[in-house]
Design a protein around this ligand. Structure first.
Ligand SMILES: Cc1cc2nc3c(=O)[nH]c(=O)nc-3n(C[C@H](O)[C@H](O)[C@H](O)COP(=O)(O)OP(=O)(O)OC[C@H]3O[C@@H](n4cnc5c(N)ncnc54)[C@H](O)[C@@H]3O)c2cc1C
Length: 379
């Protein structure tokens, strides 16, 4: 018998939708509220390393991701001129029947998740938020902005980096911190020869290319940015092109195609780690709301998905909710911290290198390789 009868998930993003599916597969009734009126997401891509595919396979969704996405074996490293330097292949022993990486568009991933949530019977309220939440010890009474009031055995806050649920529970002592870097993204037609992920190392930035579909790839450009400045939206194409000056080969050809500012997705990089435990009473925080990382290990969505799948699996057990949430924390906190700290260290080394500081201890490639390997261990 499951530890709980019903749950409310706040947030219909990657973590929330996955939690909805995972809990339904454990026999739990699930309501989900999403503030947006529809499931639209911006159209760049997500890299799914092999541990993400393992977690998605546990709820039966990895094969569909690979079907709609594009597998790739690792990263092909180039200098700024586009000259090949080396291959950095990734392992796949967490889920051997799946590739070491899968590139997928965000809209495709989202569609897989919300279709699965509907198919499993998650009751979804779009354009809705929590109006009031009262933890009454034996249950949580929740009033929604659409006028409905219900009682839940568990509330899961999966409402992203700027989580209202986190603020409700833990106040504003932990807030996202700007890391000094930003990422610029743009989709392109994919040339046949881009079969791996590609990294092009510039003197003051790095550029990556990720296969997404047979005809599509996306570029990510990582730069140091002074302060967490907001960038005028109509300038995004010009500014991205400026930051790509100095790159040769394929990147310089692609640079000339960046003309429409609405096609550029710009994000300052922020990270956050909520101290353990991420739960209070019958409310728990998961995903970016609890632990947001920079994309250096491509593990943000992976961590949200692992949280959700593990929570669904644990809640199948016949044990007290408190005991299960304590076990959840013992299996999630150090892993999320490892991802955030490793990503932050790589970011710091990159910024030092780009500003001309020589650090003899800096080994970003080695840390990236070792951390990616470590994340294939059981979670
Ligand atoms: C540009 C970019 C590229 C990235 N690339 C990768 C990658 O390649 N690989 C990877 O693993 N990760 C990547 N990430 C990180 C990844 O997107 C996040 O870690 C992941 O989306 C976290 O999932 P989440 O469900 O916790 O939060 P989100 O996906 O942000 O979902 C939160 C949801 O909650 C909703 N919401 C917010 N407030 C409320 C409220 N009050 N009530 C109801 N609903 C609410 C939001 O509308 C949203 O739908 C990237 C992130 C960015 C920004």
């Amino acid at each position: 018998m499951p530890a709980i009868r019903n749950a409310l998930v706040i947030g219909g993003g990657i973590g929330g939708l996955t939690a909805g599916v995972a809990l339904r597969q454990s026999g739990i009734d699930v309501d989900l509220v999403e503030t947006k009126p529809n499931f639209s997401v911006y159209g760049v891509g997500i890299i799914q390393p092999n541990n993400t595919l393992r977690a998605l396979d546990q709820i039966g969704l990895a094969a569909r991701c690979v079907e709609l996405g594009t597998p790739f074996p690792g990263w092909r490293i180039h200098d700024a001129g586009g000259n090949f330097l080396m291959d950095a292949p990734n392992e796949s022993h967490a889920a051997p029947k799946f590739p070491s990486n899968n590139g997928i568009t965000r809209p495709d991933l989202h569609r897989i998740l919300y279709e699965a949530a509907y198919a499993h019977g998650v009751t979804i309220h779009l354009g809705t938020q929590v109006h009031a939440l009262d933890d009454r010890c034996d249950y949580v009474r929740v009033e929604l902005t659409n006028g409905l009031t219900s009682d839940y055995d568990l509330v899961i806050g999966a409402d992203g980096l700027y989580s209202e649920t986190r603020k409700r529970l833990f106040g504003v002592s932990v807030t996202p911190q700007f890391t000094g870097q930003a990422v610029w993204r743009h989709n392109f037609a994919r040339p046949d020869h881009v079969q791996w992920g590609e990294i092009h190392m510039g003197p003051h930035s790095k550029v990556g290319l990720t296969p997404l579909r047979s005809d599509l790839m996306y570029m990510f450009l990582v730069t140091s940015e002074l302060g967490n400045q907001r960038v005028p939206e109509d300038q995004l194409a010009v500014l991205m092109r400026q930051r790509l000056e100095g790159f040769g080969g394929l990147i310089s050809t692609l640079r000339d195609q960046i003309t429409d500012p609405t096609e550029v997705v710009y994000r300052p990089m922020e990270s956050l780690l909520l101290p353990s435990p991420w739960h209070k009473g019958r409310v728990i925080i998961i995903g970016d709301a609890a632990h947001a990382t920079t994309p250096h290990l491509a593990q943000g969505a992976a961590m949200a998905i692992e949280d959700a799948v593990l929570l669904g699996t644990l809640l199948r057990r016949d044990a007290s909710l408190e005991k299960l949430l304590t076990e959840f924390m013992s299996r999630r906190f150090n892993r999320a911290r490892f991802v955030i700290e490793s990503s932050d260290r790589i970011a710091t080394w990159e910024m030092e290198h780009w500003s001309g500081v020589s650090n003899p201890d800096a080994r970003p490639g080695q840390l990236l390789h070792e951390a990616s390997l470590a994340l294939l261990d059981e979670y």
